[in-house]
Ligand binder design. Sequence first.
Ligand SMILES: Cc1cc2nc3c(=O)[nH]c(=O)nc-3n(C[C@H](O)[C@H](O)[C@H](O)COP(=O)(O)OP(=O)(O)OC[C@H]3O[C@@H](n4cnc5c(N)ncnc54)[C@H](O)[C@@H]3O)c2cc1C
Length: 363
Amino acid sequence: MTRTDVVVIGAGVMGSATAHWLAANGTKVVLTEQYSRGHQRGGSHGDSRIFRLAYPDGDYIQLARQSLTLWHHLEETCGRELLVRTGGVDHGLAAVAAVGGALEQHGVGFEVVPGPTAMDRWPGMRFEGEVVFQPDAGRLQAGDVVDSLQDLAVGDGATVLFDCRAEIARIGDTSVVVTTERGDFEAATVIVAAGPWVPLLASRHVELPELRITHEEPAYFPVRSASDSWPVFVHYDASERSSFAGYGMEVPGRGVKVGLHASGSVIDPDASERPSSGEVRERLAGYVASWLPGLEDRPTETVSCIYDSTPGEDFVIDRRGRVVVATGFSGHGFKFAPAVGQLVGRLARGEVDSPPRFRFRGG
Ligand SMILES: Cc1cc2nc3c(=O)[nH]c(=O)nc-3n(C[C@H](O)[C@H](O)[C@H](O)COP(=O)(O)OP(=O)(O)OC[C@H]3O[C@@H](n4cnc5c(N)ncnc54)[C@H](O)[C@@H]3O)c2cc1C
């Protein structure tokens, strides 16, 4: 039995950001990961994720702003470029009012570009009506981010164990015991940052909202003209205010990665097989053909990844006794990782309470 302050279960971007923050702030931490380093079975792998400030919701704008400062700090700390600034466009009939209005309210700079002008500026894309352009948006180098967070955590004294599946064994008055494939750990607090696997690990201990675990398959499409410039983009389905339809970003040397948000089928995260969906691939190719004329409409590669979505796409970050949980990142969490890592670390140290909208069911 090894004693430590905190055990973190799950070394995706959220568990790794939390372990980094805790270790950098003097807490003894053990980070466990069931798969090997760099695995592709969760939600944090690959080369790219969208960073944006543009949300139709002030809380997420504030969290994204806080994260932007922390991303720059992380880049300085690890000496790597993690966020490539490209600017971002949000479009769709619901976008300008909802996103533009929220950005204005929160004093974030943006531009409303008329449709025809936008199509001149970004000829690879088609727009119906005006678009919102926000210059601070960009592409996060996902794999490099997770690597850097893990390296920094180890540099600050954290223990990181790969190929080491863990589970909560027992919760006592003064400590919690976590059993792993590498022995047992006794800690003051356990953080379950296991994304789509959280219901399997924590639903006995906390009241989780419904989590929909889906297999998502964005794909890379070749650009027709190398001279086109590509901001990251989010396309709001006209009928929806909050949830978006299509999204994408250019990845140098690979084309443009395009995805249909929350379009995948429900899966068991532990299932070894994750069948690819011909229906989603067809819908995606159709989406590209109608909205992204600057791309070939046949993908070169499809990516396999998992979402853990809550009904309202709000995150679940809360604590019950000695158990802290971080999940429900609903396909849009990566950009907030440094701020989430700090919040989860401080929750575990009893320094803060969970923000009301991120609380377990029943608050
Ligand atoms: C296709 C796709 C596109 C996305 N695009 C964007 C985007 O553009 N912008 C954005 O901000 N976000 C985006 N996201 C969302 C973002 O990537 C996720 O919200 C984020 O990566 C979730 O991180 P996580 O650490 O919570 O989960 P995960 O990365 O899934 O990590 C959980 C980890 O826990 C481990 N684990 C589980 N059980 C155990 C156990 N018993 N013992 C030890 N380890 C265990 C798993 O192996 C896994 O590594 C996207 C997600 C997907 C799938």
